[in-house]
Write a protein that binds this ligand. Structure first.
Ligand SMILES: NC(=O)c1ccc[n+]([C@@H]2O[C@H](COP(=O)([O-])OP(=O)(O)OC[C@H]3O[C@@H](n4cnc5c(N)ncnc54)[C@H](O)[C@@H]3O)[C@@H](O)[C@H]2O)c1
Length: 352
C-alpha cells in the first residue's frame, strides 16, 4: 500500500485540483481539506474522493471557482446558495460569513444550499471552534439515488446525512462528526476497494435483508446502508434531511434530481464569548470531560474516549508514520488524473 507524507499527499492533491481548473486559493482549501480528512483517519472523505470529483467536473456538475450567492441576509439569518461550487470552498466561505455575523449578533443561523460534496463536515466545526464559536450542523446529501434506509424501510429513502456538533476543548475541539448511517458510504467504498466485508448491521440487500458484502451496493447501487441507532438515529437522519432541505432550502431527497452529489446544510454558529463567556464555556466543557473520564472503564474497552479524540490521535500517528492510501484508490486517482492530461511523470514529480 503506498504511504505518503502529509506534504507529498498535499502536493499530489494540489496538482490534480489545480488541473481541474481551480484557482490557487481553492486548490489550497480543497487539498488541505482532503489531506486533513486522511490524517483524521477518514479515508472515505480524503483524497480517495478525487476520482468522483473529476467525474463531476467532466459532467459539468461541479463548478470550480464559484462564489456563494446571497439568498437572504436578515439579522442573524443568512442563506447562501453555493451553486454547485466546490463544497470545501463554499462551506469554508459560508461558515466564515456566519462566524462574522455571529460576532455581531451573538449567533448566526446559516442555510447553505446545493454545494458540491462538502467532504468531512467536522472540518467546518473546527473552523468555527478556532474562532471561539460553538457549531451545530445538519447536512443532507442529494445524490441521483437514495442510499440510506430509515428505520422500518427495506428501501433507501435518504442520503447518509451527517450531523456535527463542535465546542472548544483544552486538547482540541470536542467534535461529534458522524454520518447518520451506521457507516459512511465512503467506508463501504473503502471496504469494497480493500476486498473486506463491512461490519454486521451496516448494510441491507435488495430484499431488505442484512448483508456484509459491500460490492453490489458500491458497484450496482443495490441495497442500502442502515440508519444508526435504530429509530433514534433514523430520526436524526430524517431531521438532517428536513433541516437542510425543507428548512434551509437545499435540494431534497426524492425531489426531481438535478445531478451530481449535492450537500446542503442548516447550521447554527454561536459566539461563546457572548453566550456564556469563552472561559466559562471552556471550564464547563473540561469539567464535563473530567466527570465522564472519572468513570470505571467498561469491560471490553481499553479507555474512555470523547468525540474528536480518535481523529486527533489518528492525525498525530499519520503525521509521524505517513498516510496510507490503498492500492485501488491510488490506481483510481492516477487513472482519473490521466483524464485531465496529468502524466505519470508529473504525478511522480509531485510525489518526490
Ligand atoms: N459530505 C457528506 O455528504 C458526508 C456524508 C456522510 C459522512 N460524512 C463524513 O464522514 C466522516 C465519517 O463519518 P462516520 O460516521 O463514519 O464517523 P465515525 O463513526 O468514525 O465517528 C463518529 C464520531 O464518533 C466519535 N468516536 C469514534 N470512536 C469513538 C470512541 N471509541 N469513543 C468516543 N467517540 C468516538 C468520533 O470522534 C466522531 O465524532 C465524517 O467526517 C462525516 O462528516 C460526510
Amino acid at each position: 500500500m503506498p504511504i505518503f507524507t502529509e506534504a507529498r499527499l498535499r502536493s499530489v492533491t494540489a496538482l490534480i485540483v489545480r488541473r481541474m481548473g481551480s484557482d490557487a486559493t481553492e486548490t489550497e482549501i480543497v487539498a488541505d481539506h482532503l489531506v486533513r480528512a486522511n490524517l483524521a483517519g477518514h479515508d472515505s472523505h480524503g483524497v480517495g474522493m478525487l476520482p468522483a470529483y473529476i467525474r463531476l467536473l467532466h459532467d459539468g456538475l461541479l463548478v470550480p471557482n464559484q462564489t456563494p450567492e446571497t439568498v437572504l441576509d436578515f439579522g442573524a439569518l443568512l442563506v447562501l446558495d453555493a451553486r454547485r461550487g466546490y463544497g470545501q470552498r463554499m462551506t469554508t466561505m459560508s461558515v466564515a460569513r456566519a462566524i462574522e455575523r455571529a460576532r455581531e449578533t451573538g449567533a448566526c443561523v446559516l442555510g447553505m444550499r446545493n454545494a458540491s460534496h462538502i467532504g468531512r463536515v467536522g472540518t467546518y466545526g473546527e473552523q468555527a471552534v478556532a474562532a471561539g464559536m460553538a457549531f451545530i450542523g445538519y447536512v443532507n446529501v442529494a445524490d441521483h439515488h437514495d442510499i440510506a434506509a430509515p428505520w422500518g424501510c427495506a428501501e433507501p429513502r435518504l442520503g447518509t446525512n451527517p450531523f456535527v456538533t463542535a465546542v472548544p476543548g483544552a486538547e482540541g475541539p470536542v467534535l461529534l462528526d458522524m454520518a447518520t448511517t451506521t457507516i459512511a458510504a465512503g467506508k463501504a467504498r473503502v471496504a469494497r476497494n480493500k476486498g473486506v466485508p463491512v461490519p454486521d448491521g451496516c448494510l441491507i440487500d435488495a430484499a431488505g435483508a442484512p448483508t456484509n458484502d459491500p460490492t453490489p451496493f458500491i458497484d450496482d447501487h443495490v441495497g442500502a446502508l442502515t440508519a444508526f441507532g435504530r429509530h433514534k438515529g433514523s430520526g436524526l437522519a430524517v431531521m438532517c434531511e428536513i433541516m437542510a432541505g425543507a428548512v434551509a432550502g437545499g435540494q431534497r431527497a426524492g425531489e426531481a434530481y438535478k445531478g451530481g452529489i449535492l450537500n446542503s446544510m442548516f447550521a447554527v454558529v454561536i459566539d461563546l464569548a457572548r453566550m456564556s463567556g469563552a472561559a466559562a464555556a471552556l471550564a464547563g466543557v473540561e469539567a464535563t470531560k473530567a466527570h465522564i473520564r472519572s468513570s470505571l472503564v467498561a469491560p471490553g474497552f481499553g479507555e474512555i474516549l470523547l468525540p474528536g479524540e480518535p481523529e486527533r490521535r489518528s492525525a498525530a500517528a499519520r503525521r509521524a508514520e505517513g498516510i496510507p492510501v490503498d492500492e485501488r484508490s491510488w490506481e483510481q486517482i492516477r487513472e482519473a488524473a490521466g483524464t485531465l492530461g496529468i502524466t505519470e511523470a508529473e504525478l511522480e514529480r509531485a510525489n518526490a
